[in-house]
Every structure is written in structure tokens, then in C-alpha cells.
Design a protein around this ligand. Sequence first.
Ligand SMILES: Cc1ncc(COP(=O)(O)O)c(C=O)c1O
Length: 500
Amino acid sequence: MSPRRAGALPLLLKLDPEAKQPLNQQIYQGLRSAILDGRLRVGARLPSSRMLAADLSISRNTVLNAYERLAIEGYLRGQSGGGTCVSTELPDDILRTRVPLVTQTPKQSRRKISKRAMRIVDVPFRLRIPELPRGLRAFRIGACALDEFPTAIWGQLVRRQYSRSAISALDYGTAPGYPPLRAAVAAYLQSARGVTCDPEQVFIVNGSQQALDLSSRMLLDPGDTVWLEDPGYVGAYGAFVSAGARVVPIPVDREGIQVAKGVRQAPDARVAFVTPSHQFPLGVTMTLSRRLELLRWAVKSGAWILEDDYDSELRYANRPLPALQGLDAQDSVIYTGTFSKIVFPAVRLGYVVVPQSMVDTFYKVRLFADVHPPIFTQAVMTDFIVEGHFGRHIRRMRTLYRERQEALLDAARRHLDGLLNVLPADGGMHLLAWLPPGIDDREASRRAAADGIEALPLSDFSLLRQHRGALLLGYSSLTPEAIHRGAKRLAASLERLIRG
Ligand SMILES: Cc1ncc(COP(=O)(O)O)c(C=O)c1O
């Protein structure tokens, strides 16, 4: 029987049999420096001396000798169940000399990273998610009411899938995703969103972020231009920058993205990224005439429209307009949606609908990115949809979030009058709260964070920064009591800033 492998450890140890230094000394020094610079973490388990010796093709005594010396010096310790690991209590001098690798930015490092990675690191948006203690998360945006998710039902579906799973379910799946889920998503999108598609046009992806990444790979070359709604979605900006694209911010008005301005500023754009159902973060619904104007431009110029329908389920007033994709007769639109907002974000499942003519291309792009999404989660999601739990959960969340939005409006009337103008919205998970003229929203947000309130400034989502200061107030994950408490706290913070 062949010995088990010693993991990555042999790769950390560059042994030179010709060197003057004996092998045990080389192993000792290799392991010691790996511990010191953090490549071998505190508590990490080492392979047995027998395994490491076999992997390095050296005698076991040589390894034992190095292990013993490191143990005597306090770098390694034996574990109760056998085996050796890196000491959790390293000597003081070691702690002082440890290089904090994780806090080093690529700019400070001597090793080069790609220009592409530098562009990503330099993304100017600051999407700050402050680490506030639990229970003080008013007013985080985009957060589901996770405590209202039917975890018991989900658990039953998980258990059933496990007990049902045949050996074949453990094998590789297909790049576009689990066929029953693609069929379920196609049926849902046709009826709920007016999307025109066959199941074969539907690709299951790891959240809509992956849809944006794969679409960018498929559509963009370095230097190509992309229209991004401004203010707009940071995740899309990051995906386009990753592809080397030049992002041109196009302002949004009451009707949605200002197509005429886009045509003036970047007529040759390859892609226009839009959130027509519920513009992120302003909440505007793109009007029909703007949709048609956008489609006409795309057809005329040969550009693509990337439609992100990220929270279309969450509509509280009026019937939602069908997706823009349903109006497209010329294969201009790539449509994406996500389960992050309505099921739960950790599920990391979303979908893309590509035109029939792009199915084969997208297949290859996906295959070489991550092969396919995990089958098991897709199977559970399929059951969740086809057995009616998905539809029921959407209906429940609509009612709950509508009530929570009303609670926020009520709290704003009571506590934030004169400090913030909080506007109602037809849907979504946050409200836009306008500050009095002249008040800097980043400063207001910083002050609120210091007072334990998370209220992201609109400026963090804008390259143009042409608008008045505003804060984004999420309400969907908060009880009415938490909303009122948060509003009072935010009022006190703003009072100090605005009224001195
Ligand atoms: C505009 C927009 N699109 C998509 C998403 C969801 O992304 P994902 O599916 O990758 O979780 C979000 C989440 O905040 C969003 O705001």
C-alpha cells in the first residue's frame, strides 16, 4: 500500500541534498521560517514523521530529529490523540518577529501582482460593512430577515436529498447546472418576470456576482467601454474592472439610466449594465420608453445589455413591470437574477439567461471558470421551488418587508423629521434618506457608525457624485422595535452633526 501523502508541507521545504547543511537542519529551518512568517499557522497539524520522510524520500530519523528540536524550542507540540502541530503559544520573541502577512497589501509586497489585480485593488468604492456587535445592525442594506427563513423545511429537504442521493449524484455535473433546477427557474422566470427563455438558455451560477464575472469574460476585452448606472452597483463595477474594461458612469434620473447621456459620452460602449426593475441603489423603475430607447441603441450599436433583476420579487405596491429581457427581440440582453435576496445569501445560487445564440459560448466560459455549481445545493433548491415553498416564502417576505418599510417611515416621521427626508418605495430592502443640503453623507455615515448605526452614504455608490447627500437605510432584517431604536440613535447622531 502506498503511504498517505504529507499534504503541502513538502512543498514548503526546499531540501538540497548537495548543500553543506545537514538535511535535519534544513528541515528545522524550513519549518521554523514557515511558522514565523505565517505560512504554517498556529495550531496547524503536521504530517507524521513517517509520512513526511516518505514524501521527501529521506530517513524518518532525519525528520524526527528536526521535529524534536522544534518541539524543545517551543514551536511544535504533541497532540493528545497523537500527531504533532504548531504550538498555540509561541515564545514571545517569535510573536514579535512574526510578519503579519495577511495585513500586507500587494503594493507593499516585493512580489509582483498582475496589472489586473492592481486595478481590482484600486476600485474606488468603499463598500464598508462595519463589524458592529450583533443586534446593532440597523440599518444594514440588502439583508434578508434570515430568522424568518423556513429553516425546518430547508433542513427536511436537505435530509431527504442526502438519503436519496445515488452514487451518480456524487459525480461531476454539467456546466450549465442541474437540469431540473434550470427547468424550474425557466418556468418561474417566464411566469413571474415575463422572461422569454427555454431551460437550455438558463445557467445556474454561484450568485449573480458570478454571472457578472462570466458575462464580462464573454463580452469584454481589456479597454472596452461599459456603461454603469451612477449611482450604481459596486459588484458590477468590480466585475468590469476585473475584465480590464473602462467603466463610464451614466447618471440615473426618475426614468432610469439616461440613455441619451450614455450615447453622448460613450457611443461605442460594448455593454450597458442596468437594474431596470428596481435601480440599485436609487430604487427607480426604468420606464417603458427608456427601456425601448436602450434596446434601440443596443441594436443599432451592436452593444449588449446586462440586466440585473436582483430583487424583483420584493415588490409591495403596483404590479412589477416585466423584465427588460422580455422586450428584446434581437438577442441583445443577458439577464441575471439571484436567490441571495429572497432565499438566503449563503446559498450562493443565481441564474443567467443568455440568448440562444450564446448558449455554446457561455457553456465554455463557465466550464473553464469553475466547471459547475455544487449539485447538492441545486437539488435542494429545486425541491424548494417545485414543492411551493419558494412561492410561499416570497409572499410572506413581501408582507413582512412592506410592514417593516412602513415601520421605518413611521420612525422617520417621529424621530428624523428635519434631519432626513426618508422616501417611501414600491419595493426593495432599503429606503433612500436625503440629508439637508450641504451635509456630507460620508461624514454623516462615519458619525453614525461611531454611534453604532450602519447607514451607508449614497456617495459610496457613485463615481460622479452629482447628487445631494443621502443615506441608505436597510429595514428588511429589522423588527419594528429595532427600527425605532435605530432611528432614535441615528437622530441623535445627525442632530449633533447638523445642528451642532
Ligand atoms: C444590484 C445587486 N445585484 C446583485 C446582488 C446580489 O449578488 P449575489 O447574487 O452575488 O449575492 C446584489 C446584492 O446586494 C445587488 O445589490
